[in-house]
Design a binder for this molecule. Structure first.
Ligand code: ZN
Length: 246
């Protein structure tokens, strides 16, 4: 039997979640001793705390280049702003999967990004790392395989780790959002409705409690994946590249 235990990779998009959500998920990962790569959107005390757990956490960036971004008015401003928060970040997933060849080249050459994880190929087998060399830039791309909010729109969503569709050959990079883990909802409109009622940064447990699902959802899959990864300890995004380079 092929050992695929190293092919399951945990990534988290912070997406401006309040500190209590960051702490909730970080504490679980610390308790289980599981590595994860976080793509951060802002500075905060909880972000500072995960930056100090480099034994467990890789910190990448989650730049927002979409209109109305609080990160800046153009690509350079956005990348400069987010790199000030995590100066040594080499990995990136863009918010909204924003990308173009000039943008990726710029991120690599001018802003020190050597790995991009903004390519979403849901439930696809045989995924692997690949390297793009544009204008002297060397940018690794790691396609990712599963995302919580994307599952909410599927007719047959995957919410349990034993689902055979999660155990295909190749890299299986998972993308979770803190908000969806905490809500555990399988319905995107629940999140939209709550966000309309109250700004995300103001959410607390009392506000979301009536909407937290007890059924299968992002949280139950997250817990199952973390449990599984606690056997091997998991891997960071950056480790996928260093092991490939040799
Ligand atoms: Zn995002």
């Amino acid at each position: 039997m092929i050992d695929m235990s190293n092919d399951y990779i945990l990534t988290i998009d912070v997406d401006w979640a309040p500190d209590w959500m960051i702490e909730y998920v970080a504490n679980l990962l610390v308790r289980k001793n599981v590595k994860a790569t976080w793509f951060v959107t802002h500075a905060s005390p909880a972000i500072e705390a995960i930056k100090h757990r480099r034994d467990l956490f890789e910190i990448g960036i989650h730049p927002n280049c979409l209109p109305g971004s609080t990160h800046g008015n153009n690509e350079d401003e956005v990348l400069r702003h987010i790199k000030e928060i995590v100066p040594d970040a080499i990995s990136m997933r863009t918010h909204g999967l924003y990308q173009s060849s000039p943008f990726l080249t710029k991120a690599a050459i001018d802003h020190g990004i050597s790995i991009d994880v903004s390519l979403f190929l849901p439930r696809t087998s045989n995924l692997t790392q690949h390297c793009i060399k544009w204008h002297g830039a060397e940018l690794w791309r790691i396609p990712y395989f599963w995302e919580d909010d994307s599952e909410m729109f599927e007719d047959d969503p995957i919410w349990t780790f034993s689902d055979p569709r999660l155990h295909v050959k190749g890299l299986k990079v998972f993308d979770f959002h803190l908000t969806y883990i905490v809500l555990n909802t399988d319905t995107f409109s629940v999140y939209e409705k709550l966000k309309y009622e109250k700004q995300l940064s103001m959410w607390d447990l009392d506000f979301i409690r009536p909407h937290v699902s007890n059924s299968h959802g992002p949280k139950t899959l997250f817990f199952e994946l973390v449990d599984y990864l606690s056997n091997s300890g998991g891997r960071w995004i950056r480790e996928l590249v260093s092991s490939k380079k040799k």
